[in-house]
Design a protein around this ligand. Sequence first.
Ligand SMILES: Cc1cc2nc3c(=O)[nH]c(=O)nc-3n(C[C@H](O)[C@H](O)[C@H](O)COP(=O)(O)O)c2cc1C
Length: 319
Amino acid sequence: MSYEIVLAPLQGYTDAIFRDVYFRHFSGVDQAMAPFISTMGQQRINLSRLKDVVPENNHNCHVIPQILGNVADDFLFLARNLTDLGYDTVNWNMGCPHSKIAKKKRGSGMLPWPEMVDLLLYNVFKGLTCKLSVKVRLGRHHKDEIFDLLPVFEKYPLDEIIVHPRTGVQMYGGSADIDAFIKIAANTSHRLVYNGDITTVRFFDNIISRISGCKSRFMIGRGILSNPFLPSEIKGETRIDDLERIKLFHDELFETYSRKFYGPLHVTGRMKGFWTYIGSSFPYHGKEVKKILKSKSREHYAAMAESFFSGRPVFAPAE
Ligand SMILES: Cc1cc2nc3c(=O)[nH]c(=O)nc-3n(C[C@H](O)[C@H](O)[C@H](O)COP(=O)(O)O)c2cc1C
């Protein structure tokens, strides 16, 4: 059985630079969903956010752009700009858990309102010239809210539904509810993509053994940031030259952020984000990772990272 693996959108982490560098160093991922771009209203567009998905910044991977919004005309305006860039599919973010966003009935804040979602999809499909997928959670407050949305989704030719089986208010707490995912699979004719907590090959194999109807597409986020080899390991490859490859990946990421970002704080901020996840895969070197996370300047950061790698730390991701 061959599996397709999609890199999850992680705002602040998996931007175009990350994706480009990642895809040049690691294999196993088939597609990447870009972090959301918000609709703006009044036919305006956030050009700095659009930069993340322009084709010249996305040479070496198949990207699906994602839209966050709840006004059909604004959604269509942004979707048209994306199709003009050459995209044939856009994704609708119906999962963002942050209360500031959800309070405005955006992201996971849309999930308790099936009639609103129905009207939006109706109006969007009237004008859409590309394929549309949705990325959802189980609900905003309760994990059965999704079951009032599934009949709405049945009315429309969605490309696929990506399900992260948690509620919005749960944020990232607790664990992904695989039973709920299985129940959804039994209640939809759409293609489903499983997303949530895949951090090891063992966990992946467990999901595969439990999910029968939907075995082909999976989305992985934090697991890839912690262990960039994970998708290739899921596909049966053995990890070799771990540390060298992570160092090359790190160095190129740092060099590219340094070249393309204004301001040293942006660069160190991004690189510290890198360490918050991959740091957990160096379990015997917690103190050194903390030192990197505390570095105050770009130069200090570079020296700390260099000294970390030259100490030949053991890369031991969760198994
Ligand atoms: C820092 C962070 C940023 C995220 N940004 C987005 C986003 O822009 N769009 C989206 O649909 N989901 C976003 N997510 C959710 C992830 O795409 C994914 O659904 C979630 O992390 C569960 O998958 P995982 O356990 O494989 O990481 C974000 C998650 C995190 C932790």
